[in-house]
Design a protein around this ligand. Structure first.
Ligand SMILES: O=C(O)CCC(=O)C(=O)O
Ligand SMILES: [Fe+2]
Length: 305
């Protein structure tokens, strides 16, 4: 491998990759998912992460860089259906408000909580393989904090185009994710139509880095329609600018530990629907109801015995 030329630039970390088949005594330490694999030569290393299951690489990426992409979760027909439904729901929501516009409150082009308008989105929120990955990171008890259809319109500004965390006003880090995002890409996410920008590793930063750092290290995540962009919800990110003449749609989900409240009261909106389903009961927040009295709290404990 040629040596990098001397320049002012930081040298790249060079890894030597051996492509030969490994002798059996080396197989143990390799990724069990791959029959024929590349092995990184190394020295002086006493620990290395091993991929534990089929989501191992996604979990490792989420932990280290704060994001990962699950490819081809939805097929083109499903994407087309989601897009049509979201436009319809957004129009309904426009009809709900009186005395102000969504521009007035900087909430334009977001179809909020579509699951309260169409059961299809309840199924989407609980869908494999995304939900299996979330479960394998957060355990069995997590709630849906929000579900939003993002209609990133050509040349139109909206609130999600500003850098933010999906858990706003939280300026600290945690050793495990407080919440995880799943953004279903309903269209191809391209550089032209405003694919999501993010700052890798920033889920582990308390403060938002400087503008200079952001300009230098931000990344735009390109994805295909049907892929799901997973993020630690504490990563700094934003929607890109759409310079095409077509809308770019994504459906964002935030799955959070049970200690976090939903953004809007999902059980109140669904009025008891799906509460008998053991999984949806927890996901949709029915199980997170705060007992109204000491006795009610104790009754719940008794009912669990
Ligand atoms: O649409 C995007 O690329 C990002 C949207 C977003 O940040 C959000 O919904 O919170
Ligand atoms: Fe966001």
């Amino acid at each position: 491998m040629p040596r990098p030329e001397k320049s002012g630039l930081k040298p790249l970390t060079l890894l030597t990759i051996s492509t030969r088949r490994l002798p059996p005594w080396k197989l143990k330490s390799a990724d069990p998912d791959h029959k024929y694999f590349l092995m990184m030569n190394s020295y002086g290393i006493t620990q290395q992460t091993k991929l534990s299951d089929k989501f191992g690489i996604n979990k490792e990426e989420l932990s280290i860089q704060g994001y990962s992409v699950l490819p081809a979760v939805l097929n083109p027909e499903e994407c087309a259906r989601v897009a049509e439904k979201l436009h319809h729901i957004y129009d309904r929501q426009l009809g709900e408000i009186e005395g102000y516009t969504l521009e007035d409150i900087r909430d334009q082009y977001v179809a909020r909580m579509p699951l309260a308008y169409d059961d299809y989105f309840v199924t989407l929120a609980g869908r494999s393989p995304v939900i299996d990955l979330i479960r394998s990171l957060m355990g069995d008890y997590f709630i849906l904090h929000l579900q939003n259809g993002i209609l990133n319109m050509p040349e139109k500004d909206h609130q999600q185009r500003n850098w933010h965390r999906d858990l706003p006003y939280q300026n600290y880090t945690s050793s495990r994710p407080l919440a995880l995002n799943a953004m279903y890409c309903i269209d191809d996410f391209t550089a032209d139509n405003g694919a999501t920008w993010l700052i890798p590793h920033s889920h582990k930063m308390e403060a938002m880095p400087s503008d200079t750092y952001i300009r230098k290290h931000r990344q735009q995540v390109l994805a295909k329609a049907g892929d799901v962009l997973l993020m630690d919800s504490m990563i700094f990110h934003k929607a890109g600018e759409n310079h095409t003449d077509q809308v770019r749609i994504g459906v964002n989900h935030v799955y959070a530990t049970g200690m976090i409240r939903p953004q809007i009261d999902i059980p109140a909106m669904l009025q008891g629907k799906f509460q008998d389903d053991p999984f949806l009961r927890i996901l949709l927040g029915y199980a997170a109801d705060v007992p109204g009295s000491v006795k009610a709290w104790r009754d719940i404990r008794f009912s669990r015995k």
